[in-house]
Design a protein around this ligand. Structure first.
Ligand SMILES: Nc1ncnc2c1ncn2[C@@H]1O[C@H](COP(=O)(O)OP(=O)(O)O)[C@@H](O)[C@H]1O
Ligand SMILES: [Mg+2]
Length: 326
């Protein structure tokens, strides 16, 4: 897997006192959908702006599409949807796309064709003659996404693409992202919407207080907490519990509460002796199945074990107000 984004030790301090990034290492492979997850103020947009050369890092080494971070020429191969973007309200959806196409140096005929193709992709062909001022937030996000694709990018960087988009619009965006992946593009997206990332991303990183705390596939990140769980209708009586203990069940079976036994295995056959024992004692089994923590569970664990500074603040300095609304 060749890395499309490979960065190490990214630091950014705003106004000499707000430590937005405190040494971020990140690697995104070719053709992946990679999700950067974190609470407001974690530093996600700051990292994106550094990759997009909008702001310069205080410290950073690494590459994007094989070129040193900060290289302006690489931007020709990247599509970017900024957070809180504001395209001029007097332009129509089509004009926005053609405008960005022109800025990317695409010839007039080609950019008209590309704009039509992308308006259809994002489901905006019926509104292409209407001005952005009359669009809903969700419609503006769709046009924003289309705009990011005008230059046929190898890497698509989306900062909160589903911000303000209703559930059916979010599903449409997820489908578009899968389509882009099928075309071989790499997608890097920021989101604070956990379920969103879980559904669409190949790999995720969780960022808190300017540091990436964990990154990997959702399966990798949840592997040691996944397994079969049996719950019973009534608390398991003492005599059944001790018989279960004497079974020497494999894969570290553990009675995690009065009516729950958890196994660290994904092999159903290995949990059958426990079920047999419970049934022998006429204990009613309420549920039995494979469970893995959700991204939200994982996220809460990471955030709750984070003992970093307050968001963005260097100790002793006043913390920024912007963090709360960004
Ligand atoms: N231009 C700026 N000047 C000063 N502080 C900023 C600026 N932009 C962001 N910050 C601060 O940096 C931290 C990270 O912000 P941001 O990257 O926007 O986080 P996220 O996108 O994860 O919500 C926050 O504390 C925010 O207030
Ligand atoms: Mg942000």
């Amino acid at each position: 897997m060749s890395a499309v984004i490979d960065i190490q030790g990214v630091e950014k301090t705003y106004k000499r006192r707000i430590k937005a990034l405190r040494g971020v290492d990140l690697s995104v492979g070719q053709g992946e959908i990679f999700g950067l997850l974190g609470p407001n103020g974690a530093g996600k947009s700051t990292l994106v702006k550094i990759m997009m050369t909008v702001i310069s890092p205080s410290k950073c080494t690494g590459t994007v599409l094989g070129e040193k971070i900060g290289d302006k020429n690489t931007l020709q191969q990247i599509g970017y949807l900024p957070e809180h973007h504001r395209f001029p309200a007097y332009l129509t959806g089509r004009q926005v796309l053609e405008y960005f196409g022109a800025m990317s140096g695409i010839q007039r005929k080609q950019r008209k064709a590309k704009a039509s193709e992308l308006l259809e992709l994002v489901g905006m062909e019926s509104w292409h003659k209407d001005k952005l001022g009359s669009y809903s937030k969700g419609m503006r996000q769709r046009v924003g996404l289309a705009q990011a694709l005008m230059n046929d990018p190898k890497l698509v960087v989306l900062d909160e693409p589903t911000d303000g988009v209703d559930p059916s619009g979010r599903r449409d965006i997820r489908n578009i992202l899968s389509h882009l992946k099928d075309e071989g593009r790499t997608i890097f997206l920021n989101s604070h919407l956990l379920s969103e990332l879980e559904m669409v991303c190949d790999r995720v990183a969780i960022m808190v207080h300017g540091l990436v705390r964990t990154q990997g596939t959702i399966d990798e990140l949840t592997a040691d907490q996944s397994g079969f769980v049996i719950t019973t209708k009534e608390p398991i009586p003492e005599h059944a519990s001790s018989e279960l203990n004497s079974l020497s069940l494999p894969e570290q079976a553990e009675q995690t509460s009065a009516d729950t036994i958890a196994f660290k295995t994904d092999d159903a056959t290995k949990v059958q002796p426990a079920i047999d024992t419970l049934r022998k004692h006429n204990i009613v089994i309420q549920s039995a199945g494979f469970k893995r923590p959700s991204l939200e569970d994982l996220f809460m664990q990471v955030v709750s074990t984070d003992h970093g500074d307050k968001p963005g603040a260097i100790s002793g300095a006043r913390s920024s107000k912007k963090g709360a609304k960004s």
